[in-house]
Design a protein around this ligand. Structure first.
Ligand code: PLP
Length: 426
């Protein structure tokens, strides 16, 4: 296909006319499709229905150590769940604290506690004039929403295939004591699907922040969410690396089974150093007597062990891999060579990150919406919804059926071409 940038005015104008007709046809279909959120589809949810049979009224709800899951207690979570989630997160069960149904909730709580009580005896953030946070971009909108809610000043840090810009991070955290944290999605990042390389993880573990209460918020939401058996991303384990580097308390690592079993009805956890765990437990004790042990036991009985979970994730991959491949094929067939767009082709996770020409993302999303395809609002991948280039769009291929997704992706490429051709023409 000829690059739009090399087309004459006449060629471009003919192309715009052709695309307008195509777009009108799509409008006539009265579509109602959603590529906006990273939600599992029905087929994926059905994979976990067996969990509903894992416990019934006849079941013995005692743990291996005799704890009755029907009653109060066990703040850190039942041991067998800490073993399972420990294997999932690649951490020792002793470093794991199991929470409720959402890891975002845990991240929010962690920041709230830092505001109210402070981190390990440091000044509570509510008493500071300024709290700042580093935000690799494009990133996850709900992370940015939490820090924005607390009035934290967010500083964008550029991402590449290797991870965030470590020169910038090292420099900023070393000289600014008001920087208290950074959002990281180290594996199959949201939205690019990038995984941090060894050098990036090693440099994270060796950060020398000016703030004693600086913590890396390492959101390993997609740790076991591979799309392929034969090419998977691997990461150096951050807790172990921090310990090796003499920085054992530098990181809070988060994860959940939201996109393994049922989002909103899974189990979430934090993995961190013994010092951090003690600090957290001190405050958590005032918040709850314990989380949902029945759900923890249900997950353990359903999976058996990590091997059961790995097998289960293969079934997820079989459902969603064709969806990622379909989108990537449609993008390649319709956009390659036009010099107006680039996109990621991840090995796992839930998203594809799409970059179009500067100043076009809002228009593209709007055009797709008007033809019945809902996309994540442009700007969402940046703090304060402000994408300075207005060119990044997050694509979430998992939720629609394969047929719907193909229609949505094809229409999306028409919108991209139409908007970009017009911008170049003008
Ligand atoms: N973290 C990341 C990076 C996500 O992409 C998502 C969901 O899309 C979540 C966390 C949500 O996790 P949870 O359901 O455990 O709150």
């Amino acid at each position: 296909m000829k690059s739009y940038l090399k087309m004459s005015k006449n060629e471009l104008s003919a192309e715009i006319e052709r695309l307008r007709k195509k777009y009108k046809k799509y409008q006539g279909l009265e579509l109602k499709l959603d590529m906006s959120r990273g939600k599992p589809c029905l087929e994926q949810l059905d994979l976990s229905m067996g969990m509903m049979d894992a416990l019934n009224s006849e079941a013995d709800l005692s743990c291996e150590d005799g704890t009755d899951c029907r009653n109060y207690g066990v703040l850190e979570g039942i041991h067998e769940a800490r073993v399972l989630i420990g294997d999932m997160m690649e951490n020792n069960p002793d470093n794991i604290l199991i929470y409720g149904n959402s890891s975002l909730n845990v991240m929010y709580d962690q920041i709230a506690r830092s505001y109210i009580q402070g981190v390990m005896g440091n000044t509570p953030w509510c008493k500071l004039d300024k709290v700042k946070w580093l935000c690799p971009v494009p990133g996850y909108d709900r992370h940015f929403a939490i820090t924005e809610y607390f009035g934290i000043e967010m500083i964008p840090v550029p991402m590449s295939k290797k991870g965030p810009d470590m020169d910038m991070i090292e420099d900023l955290v070393a000289k600014d004591e008001s920087i208290k944290g950074i959002w990281c999605v180290p594996k199959y990042s949201n939205p690019q699907g990038y995984s941090y390389n060894d050098e990036t993880v090693r440099r994270f573990a060796r950060l020398k922040p000016a703030a004693k209460d600086f913590r890396i918020y390492w959101d390993n939401a997609y740790g076991v969410h591979h799309l392929y058996d034969d090419h998977q991303d691997y990461l150096i384990e951050i807790l172990a690396e921090c310990k090796r580097a003499g920085n054992p308390d530098l990181v809070y690592k988060f994860s959940s089974t939201s996109k393994i079993t049922f989002p909103g009805s899974g189990i979430a956890a934090i993995a961190t150093s013994p010092n951090n765990l003690e600090d957290i437990r001190e405050q958590l004790r005032q918040q709850t007597i314990g989380h949902d042990k029945v759900n923890q036991l249900r997950h353990v009985r359903f999976f058996g062990d990590i091997h059961g979970m790995v097998e289960h994730m293969r079934k997820h991959a079989d459902v969603i891999r064709p969806k990622f491949e379909a989108v990537e094929t449609i993008f390649r067939e319709n956009l390659e060579g036009l010099d107006i767009a680039e996109w990621t082709e991840p090995n796992g996770g839930y998203f594809i990150s799409f970059n179009s020409l500067k100043g076009t993302a809002k228009k593209i999303v709007d055009k797709a919406n008007k033809a019945g395809v809902k996309l994540t609002p442009a700007g969402s991948t940046w703090p304060y919804h402000k994408d300075p280039n207005d060119n990044n769009i997050r694509i979430a291929p998992t939720y629609p059926t394969l047929d719907d997704l193909k229609t949505a992706a094809s229409l999306f490429t028409v919108c991209v071409k139409l908007v970009c051709a017009k911008v170049i023409f003008e």
